[in-house]
Design a protein around this ligand. Structure first.
Ligand code: GLN
Length: 321
């Protein structure tokens, strides 16, 4: 039950996972957001952040890609901080949808709440809950500052991605107004949708996402900046949300085969949280049919397998030098 792994083993696992996964083909860049269709599909990187702040990176881990749906995790944390776990459960929900990230059907099936902050509907609702209410600029500052605190460094919107996404987000507009119909948008509707679109358009690196994942794995204490970004008791709430819906309709298969709660984005990013041990992030643009990066999934799985780690393994894991 007690399991010790060394930092050298972790570094070797990351390097080997990168080498093995690099040649994997399959999948396609997201093309419903035109900007994403044109990103180099060969970009690939893996980063791991340990709880003492040590970060191992290999490949294109300084490349700024669209954070997309991984941002839902970060803003869920902000809303949990601002309103508490009970309010998030009541006003958004914490249920898996078992359906695609942009599902309107999921809203109709469960119109008493938008299921979870980690699908488009719940994430738009989450943006509507961000304080200060009614103040678009103040809300954006809260969102972007929270991203910086979790990732340990600042991040900016990729303007071209934001434009591309704003011009084509018709499905999300329908979601936002449908939610309004069910009294599940708690601020101005176009403002809430715009904040969601803007947060999805933030450029982020795999290294920043690994630090964010490490912060969640470390109970809200950023392992690099040493800032307590959120209360420890919120960490299991956020990891629960990630576990139940992080890969949308493929979440169960993912957790069953990988052993790590993880969240994907159509920019190609994956953020994985191994509580008490490490945060991991991988990035590669080509996606499977559910919108999850093919190569990033393979890479994260390979790291977990090489280290014989899994959230449900029942091991008390210690990392040593
Ligand atoms: N911005 C994208 C959307 O709303 C995010 C989707 C995703 O990454 N799964 O469709």
């Amino acid at each position: 039950m007690d399991k010790t792994i060394t930092k050298a083993q972790i570094k070797a696992a990351v390097d080997e996972a990168y080498a093995e996964s690099k040649g994997i083909t399959g999948g396609h860049n997201a093309d419903y957001i035109p900007f994403l269709a044109n990103i180099d599909p060969n970009l690939f990187g893996i980063s791991v952040t340990l709880l003492d702040g040590t970060t191992y990176s290999v490949g294109d881990t300084s490349y700024k890609f669209g954070i997309e749906s991984v941002s839902k995790v970060l803003t869920a944390i902000l809303v949990l901080k601002q309103h508490g776990a009970d309010a998030v459960l009541k006003q958004i929900g914490a249920d898996a949808t078992g359906l695609p990230f942009n599902s309107i059907f999921a809203i109709l099936l469960e119109n008493d709440h938008p299921s979870t902050p980690l699908v488009n509907a719940g994430a738009i609702t989450a943006c509507s809950m961000v304080e200060p209410k009614g103040d678009s600029w103040g809300k954006w500052e809260a969102i972007i500052n929270n991203i910086a605190a979790l990732c340990g460094s600042e991040a900016q919107v990729l303007d071209e991605l934001y434009r591309s996404e704003s011009e084509t987000n018709f499905n999300n507009r329908a979601i936002a107004w449908l939610l309004k119909n069910y009294n599940r948008i708690y601020d101005d509707v176009p403002m809430s949708l715009d904040l969601y679109t803007r947060q999805c358009s933030v450029g982020i690196t795999a290294e920043q996402l690994a630090i964010c994942a490490g912060t969640i794995a470390n109970g809200g204490l950023n392992p690099v900046t040493k800032e307590q970004v959120f209360d420890k008791e919120l960490a299991p709430k956020i990891t629960t949300l990630i576990s139940s819906v992080g890969f949308y309709q493929n979440t169960g298969d993912w957790l069953y085969t990988s052993g790590i709660p993880a969240k994907s984005g159509v920019g190609g990013g994956v953020l994985g949280v191994m509580p008490g041990v490490m945060g991991i992030a991988a990035f590669a643009p080509p996606l499977d049919e559910a919108g999850n990066s093919v190569k990033a999934q393979a890479a994260v799985k390979a790291v977990m397998k090489k280290l014989d780690l899994g959230v449900f393994n029942g091991d008390r894991v210690t990392v040593t030098d």
